[in-house]
Design a binder for this molecule. Sequence first.
Ligand code: ARG
Ligand code: ZN
Length: 899
Amino acid sequence: TPKYLKDYRPPAYWIDKIDLQFDLADDQTIVTSTMKIRRNNDVSDKLTPLVLDCRDLDIISVVADDMVLCSADYELTPETFTLPRVPELFVLEIKNRLVPHNNTALEGLYRSGRTFCTQCEAQGFRRITCFPDRPDVMTLFSCIITAEKKKYPVLLSNGNPVASGDLDNGRHYVKWEDPFKKPSYLFALVAGDLSCIEDHFTTFSGKNITLKIFVEHENKDKCSHAMKSLKESMAWDEERFGREYDLDLYQIVAVNDFNMGAMENKGLNIFNSKYVLAKTETATDTDFMNIQRVIAHEYFHNWTGNRITLKNWFQLSLKEGLTVFRDQEFSSDLNSRAVQRISDVRKLRTFQFPEDAGSMAHPVRPESYIEMNNFYTMTVYEKGSEVIRMMFEILGRELFRKGMDLYFARFDGQAVTTEDFVQIMEEASGIDLSQFRLWYSQSGTPRIKVKREYDSANRTLTIHLTQNTPPDHNQSEKKPLHIPVKYGLVSLSDSNGNSEPSGNSEPNGNSEPHRNPEQNDHILHLKEQHQTFTFNDIAPETRPSLFREFSAPVIIENDFSAEDLAFLMANDTDEFNRWDAAQQLYFMELKRIIGLLQDEKASNPDKTYNDMAPPLSEHLVNAFRESLCNTTLDRALIAQTITLPGESEIAQQYDPIDVDAIHRARQIMKQTIAEKLATELDDIIDLCSKADPEDLSHEAMADRSLKNIALSYIGSLDSTSSHQIIHKHYINAMNMTDKIGALSILCNSTCEESTLNQALAQFHLMWREDPLVLDKWFTVQASSTRPGTLENIKALTCHPDFSWRNPNRVRSVMSILGTGNPYIFHRKDGNGYAFFAEKIIQLDKINSQIAARLAGAFNHWKKYDLQRRTLMQQQLEIMVNTPDLSRDVYEIVSKALSA
Ligand code: ARG
Ligand code: ZN
């Protein structure tokens, strides 16, 4: 049964203090919890029972105020522990038994290899002990860990170590105390035999903080980038937001088995090792960037999440949207802002837009959930961050900072809501955000139609904007949103043009564009469904550049021609919009080719798309050449500009989706460009091959990204010589970026089976001992679109190095198939669907959280042709009718079916 936001009630009892003791052993763990409990007299009286959350706990003993209780004194169900009558203030001691090595859900206390570790967010603490497992119950924690000293020399929890020593039988203990109250989801424990890398950071008030990263001994040489990133994050949060770290110790532990990316537990972050470990031989440039971003994200949570936490889980975006915004700004300030924005928008468009249009669509602040873990979504995280970014744009940098300062001052130590956040921003700025709030409660991606009108007699340019959000199961009617449209006017005489609109020429009462002298000057405020903005004294041939830096998470339907787009690609001063103009140009051409393919098929049903090759427009090749050969541009930006939209991004423009035509059109585009621009591509590859393979500067990474994308064009050609070029690059690669880059191109080329197999075997032999590199070996094969890929994927899941118990390994094959390789997943015979559903059902027994993630691949089944739709529906039915299906998978599958 779902939980609803409208049913929220404050907790009936508070837990002022919890003292935990964990006695760890190989076969079992005994947990002893001693809680100081106090009735919340605001909402409870002496008749209010104490109900604690629990999940399948094996209770050994219960003592209330020194009275030993028997099992008749309390009520235990699989999910609750209830004491019917309790005093206003009392101490409750509960002892229970856990078997961490059997915990394959990786939630609560579990083992990753030999290491004990925990994951409590969102509701894992109840798998450890009975507790009001909700974020608005904030408690002081202490934690004693005891274990065999030889096997588990390192014993960690939140806060500061306050006592330690040896015990009998070769055991030892450490006692930890966290001076800050926290909700149970931020509790953490780690025990194992780990290496520690130590460093220090001096805060702006002169406090010396000890920084420790714990990893398996063999990974000691892969931590320096994570440590550097941590220090950069600490300095940046001081500089940009005035936030200082609050404990004397900051610890990070890397584990190999982890459901998500990382976890911000107070003073003891636990990370998926993918987001810690890196050296250039084993990690790609993208890995290095991701590590910097995720380290920062978890660090920033200390203020946005931990010091100020959530009143209930519906408010998740209060911490996640805001912290993603902060990590995006951090990455932008430290690296290239334009490249960062492009990659964030690509992610939003590829993953969040479809989510917002599918069966799992939900507002940034959801109103209900069946399984909370299913709501750690692109909408809560990425769209949530866009919502913060829009407030940042509407308020301007200074007022936004003023609002943040007020937020920290007002709510420190409290559990609050997104509404509290918006209110504080209004209070700090004096700007009315009442309509803006709809971004939190209304789901769906708004579509903005742009229509231009130029009056050459009066030299006025009029822009008509219309917004529409399609109805969905959350709201049958959508209201107009407050949408900030950052803009500029681009003409040859003054390509920086920013003239102000002369107000609103719409006759029927449309409001003036929102104006405030302290605000960013170059924003149009779209608030009505239709609004018109007129600019005076505008030269002919002036193009508006709208939604600069992607100022709102919307789908923009421009009225631009190919010439307009080529003009903006060349002349817009906004780097994001220059890139976006290129993307729009590719889309336009891809759609044209897809149309031609479908027409040809309609008149020749026996022909396959592979036998068709409609020619590419000359203007596209020319625009591509201009971008490729622009020597004044940052090469990282060139690389982004010459990257075509992915197949899933193209698919969003279609209903029904023709996966085969989309695949073929993109292939034709790549091959034609590769043929026509062979010399230019070769020159670029040469030019960009000079970087030192160990160099992680922006310039070196930019060169590699441009080289590898250029190589992928060459590799798309069906010729032995092009395969030889890629193979040579594979052999000569001196770091993982280039190695896996070339191998992945080979996997997608038409090269000889034997060439590919030899390269793959060589790679496997070299890296079989390194799980993160081996994940890449699985991934490049699962991403292939060569014939036989599905059969190969099936074989890969039976490979001795494959494991259903390791989330990274499962993702390296299954998530790639389900979301990264539509051409194979949506094979017309339905074998992709059947294999996928069968594995979801099996995986559900091991790790339902990961199984539910995979099940999302079926969320858009209604957007495909009848045959595929029917085949997907069949698999959804099989899943939903599986006995003992987890809540996690049930929610995804049942919502898909009923959408
Ligand atoms: N709060 C973590 C982060 O964003 C994510 C943890 C989510 N875990 C989960 N099981 N849903 O950094
Ligand atoms: Zn987070």
